[in-house]
Design a protein around this ligand. Structure first.
Ligand code: HEM
Length: 453
């Protein structure tokens, strides 16, 4: 294997990354499982942005500095390929884009990239606006659960754009439960001390296998319909995936299914979580909704934004960015070191898992003024440079392929909401964070939608 950076092996005299004290026999496993977002972030803040954490016998290096994250994700990405954590996703998505590296990943990314270009996302804007209208039609004046609503919206958007399919009520909730359960089980499998092969019928494997079958049954049926009638494809992401670029070889059915599962899982839970937090922010900061309306009205009148409108909606973009700074849906990312390295003056041994804590970087007081506060203005005007420390979609070659997709979906959803409703908090008590598959609220957020006159 070639190793990037053609940097010579680091001198053996380099010190190892300092180890976080404590933990006993299991190391920091319990603390990490209980708070995978804030436990490493607190340790990183106290120890200069790089620290060794022990998960049972395994040593993991956590990093929480943007310069080190850039080295791992961008400048020396070949030395830090995806490893154990992403491979674990492969238990469900096979060789889908999120679980692969190397030539296979490169060919797939090249095949799929054109469909995710910002200027190709007009259908997404229209679908999102229509889905929002459907959601509003079910709001009868009582409180809504922001997380549940956001999940229903996100699953319908991805169903519409990927499959041209309207996901019905019961079907949607069964599917949401399957995807969420599946991701949660994978997360458990990630941090468990023993990772049993999938054929061993321990509870976590049984759950992973069951949800994989649910996903494959639902998406496989749709895929087979398309493969049986190649000339009657609607203009959607699945059609683009099957077609590929003119010089791409056809993809076998299982590979298509793996990419479908990947896009469904990657594109649903992340945007649902981001939208949940945006709804919470609207209710918590009523001035934000006013400012969004003031910006959007002269640009859009009463219509939904299209991709070309986004540059004229900088405040809306800043609200989405600031929400994802404070509540990054993906809060940790893992890479495995392929060859001994020197990172920040410390020796990283080959085989070490390196966890980039997006949460730590996004909340570091060394990088952000009043990091715990929601201040979208920090990304406006002269503050725009602050973006260099923002990585909700990662950096480098594996940067989220759906970043423009998610940004547009969230802006359209946000503006649809503020055009029609004021959202009031039902409970004033503070909402905490729970590091699940994504960074979720620690309790349901109940909101009362009040129609605007
Ligand atoms: C707010 C929403 C989203 C967030 C915060 C997010 C975040 C991320 C992050 C951090 C990664 C890098 C993971 C890693 O390398 O380990 C990633 C990769 C990826 N995301 Fe997203 N994502 C979002 C929405 C979407 C959407 C809407 C889609 C598709 C419809 C999508 C599809 C993917 C795929 C396929 C990859 C793998 C890319 C590659 O390795 O080439 N994501 N995402």
């Amino acid at each position: 294997m070639t190793v990037a950076g053609s940097k010579p092996a680091p001198p053996v005299t380099l010190p190892d990354v300092p180890a976080l004290p404590g933990g006993g026999l299991l190391g920091h496993l319990r603390a990490m499982a209980a708070a995978p977002h804030s436990f490493p972030a607190a340790a990183l803040q106290a120890h200069g942005g790089i620290i060794g954490i022990r998960i049972g016998p395994r040593r993991v290096v956590a990093i929480g500095r943007p310069d080190l994250a850039r080295e791992v994700l961008v400048t020396r990405a070949d030395r830090y390929p995806r490893g154990r954590i992403n491979r674990n996703l492969g238990a469900v998505i096979g060789d889908g884009l999120l679980a692969t590296e190397g030539d296979l990943w490169r060919a797939r990314r090249r095949r799929m990239q054109p469909s995710f270009r910002a200027d190709r996302l007009g259908a997404l804007a229209a679908t999102t606006d229509a889905v929002m209208g459907d959601a509003f039609a079910t709001w009868q004046g009582g409180p809504i659960d922001a997380g549940e609503e956001a999940a229903r919206i996100a699953i319908r958007v991805i169903g519409g754009v990927l499959l041209s399919r309207r996901i019905e009520e019961g079907e949607g909730s069964a599917f949401v439960a399957a995807v969420q359960d599946c991701l949660a089980q994978l997360m458990r499998r990630n941090w468990s001390l023993i990772r049993w092969p999938l054929w061993v019928p321990v509870p976590v494997n049984r759950a992973v296998n069951a949800t994989r079958r649910t996903l494959e049954a639902f998406l496989g049926e749709e895929l087979d319909r398309r493969l049986a009638a190649p000339d009657a494809q609607p203009d959607d992401l699945l059609a683009a995936l099957i077609r590929g670029r003119p010089d791409d070889p056809p993809l076998p059915r299982q590979a298509l299914l793996n990419e479908l599962k990947t896009l469904f899982a990657a594109g649903f839970e992340t945007t649902a979580t981001a939208l949940t937090w945006l709804m919470y922010i609207l209710a918590h900061h009523p001035g934000v909704a006013d400012a969004l309306r003031d910006e959007a009205l002269p640009v859009l009148g009463d219509r939904a934004p299209m991709p070309a409108d986004l540059p004229r909606l900088p405040y809306a973009a800043a609200v989405v960015e600031e929400a994802m700074r404070l509540f990054p849906p993906v809060y940790n990312m893992g890479r495995d070191c392929a060859a001994d390295d020197d990172l920040g003056g410390f020796r990283i041994r080959a085989g070490t898992t390196v966890v980039v804590s997006i949460f730590a970087i996004h909340r570091s007081p060394d990088l952000w003024e009043a990091p715990e506060q929601f201040r979208p203005d920090r990304f406006l005007g002269a503050g725009a440079a602050a973006r260099r420390n923002l990585l909700p979609y990662a950096w480098g070659r594996h940067q989220c392929i759906g970043n423009h997709f998610a940004d547009l979906e969230l802006v359209v959803a946000l503006l649809a909401l503020v055009r029609r409703y004021r959202l009031d908090l039902v409970e004033e008590a503070p909402v905490g964070l729970r590091g699940r598959t994504t960074l979720a609220p620690d309790r349901p957020i109940l909101l009362r939608p009040v129609p605007l006159a």
